[in-house]
Design a protein around this ligand. Structure first.
Ligand code: PA5
Length: 435
């Protein structure tokens, strides 16, 4: 089986139309492929990240140095593109209970949640008091994001009370070269890794932004990048004349958009991919939701659902509500399974004593039944099936999705790399705080 299998015959769009737009995307594919040889010098700089073996090696060297401290707790401070990719990969590979049975516990701090930061700060003090090691990373491309700067100020102060002279050894800063945060790191002798200038936040998971933390947590960053590289080669290789997953998927989403279907639901039948869903939501919304080159507001509204949980919350609307949504199901057969035993509640309730029920088979049946129901109610959908969840497959999936969004940017005629309208609330917040 392929690492990722794509089925789209249930998308209610004629194949000719799908291929017409996918063919149109070939022009963009050529430009993207040419950009790859320019390394970090074009707006497609993120394509070069998985190929940059010297960069991977340098990050691995920093990780090896920091691993000597054997951190018991690792705190990742960053928001949006500066933490969503890391969280997506971490959760995909370690599961939703990623802090159980791990030598190093991990906390993600993004927004300003006083209660959470107090709890984490209390936790840090408890750990430090018994001689355990805490490590903080502060990740911000711009080096000025309010939430990140405040959270790092507060948590590094806690660290300083225990290590007044050596606190810097327990921190790393990941930011743009010469950003204000980079300057702070230089002035305070804090280890720093920079981010290639033209790699934007939401396209930066395979840069130091993601690779440092993931490598520190024991994730195989080389396999992760190998998956991303194979997706890029598959999509952009000029000799490859078959349509890629990214091109077909972008074409189908766009055809729905033309029919006024602007909602794209990613329905994840793999709870460990919830973080991936949050990452994709940002990637899609921030890259495409804006005025296009002709001044017209455009965008796809990405929603995320988790199977089977959300069938018990939003399923009714999905089935019988308006036909205003395209769905991409993502399914991963579970690598482990549990079976009901004879003589259990299951037999009592369902009056069946001759079958063993498996978790995997049941979830697969729920997904199949959901798709049959969607079919019956004329809901358009496509399905991505991952052979398993590994560093390689998640790297590949994320890269396919980044290319899909860039293709959609081309079709919708927007610049997918900027987010000019996020600035407004930032400026107003600063005015209110007088900073
Ligand atoms: O994708 C983006 O560019 C944004 O989501 C940023 O990542 C987010 O706003 C955080 O910015 P910074 O990394 O500069 O702190």
């Amino acid at each position: 089986m392929n690492a990722i299998h794509f089925a789209y015959n249930t998308a209610l769009i004629p194949f000719d139309d799908i291929y017409k737009h996918a063919t149109y995307l070939m022009k963009n594919k050529k430009e993207m492929h040419n950009a790859l040889s320019e390394k970090y010098d074009t707006e497609y700089a993120s394509f070069y990240l998985p190929f940059d073996l010297p960069m991977h090696h340098d990050i691995q060297q920093v990780i090896n140095r920091i691993k000597i401290h054997k951190p018991d707790v690792y705190i990742i401070i960053g928001i949006g593109g500066s933490n969503l990719g890391t969280y997506a990969i971490h959760q995909a590979l370690f599961g939703t209970l990623y802090n159980e049975d791990q030598l190093c516990r991990v906390y993600y701090i993004d927004t300003l949640d006083a209660q959470m930061v107090s709890t984490v700060s209390f936790q840090i003090k408890k750990e430090l008091a018994v001689g355990n090691t805490i490590f903080l990373s502060c990740i911000s491309k711009s080096g000025t994001t309010l939430e990140t700067i405040i959270n790092f100020s507060v948590l590094s102060t806690t660290l300083k009370t225990y290590y007044p002279d050596t606190w810097q050894h327990y921190c790393i800063i990941i930011t743009d070269y010469q950003s204000p945060l980079w300057q702070f790191a230089q002035d305070n002798s804090i280890e720093t890794i920079t981010i290639p200038m033209l790699v934007g936040g939401r396209f930066s998971a395979f840069s130091s932004v993601g690779l440092f933390s993931l490598g520190l947590l024991g994730i195989d960053i080389h396999q992760l990048c190998a998956g991303a590289r194979d997706a890029i080669t598959n999509c952009l290789e000029p000799d490859n004349t078959s349509y890629s997953i990214s091109a077909i998927s972008a074409s189908i989403i766009y055809q729905h958009y033309l029919q006024d279907i602007h909602i794209h639901d990613t329905f994840l039948f793999a709870p460990n991919l919830a973080g991936f869903g949050a990452w994709y939501r940002q990637l899609c919304a921030e890259s495409l939701g804006k005025k296009n080159n002709h001044g017209k507001p455009v965008g796809i509204t990405p929603t995320i659902s988790i199977g089977s949980t959300d069938l018990h919350s939003i399923g009714q609307l999905y089935v019988a509500g308006p036909l205003n949504r395209l769905t991409t199901f993502i399914y991963v057969p579970s690598s482990s399974d549990i079976y009901t035993k004879p003589d259990t509640l299951f037999e009592y309730i369902f009056n069946k004593n001759d079958i063993k029920i498996s978790y995997t088979k049941t979830m697969q049946s729920i997904m199949q039944a959901t798709q049959e129901t969607y079919n019956h109610h004329n809901h358009s959908f496509m399905t991505l099936t991952l052979s398993n969840i590994s560093a390689y497959t998640i790297g590949m999936l994320m890269q396919y999705k980044m290319i899909e969004i860039l293709y959609l940017g081309y079709l919708l005629e927007v610049n997918p790399f900027d987010q000019p309208d996020v600035e407004e609330y930032k400026t107003k917040t600063r005015a209110l705080l007088d900073i």
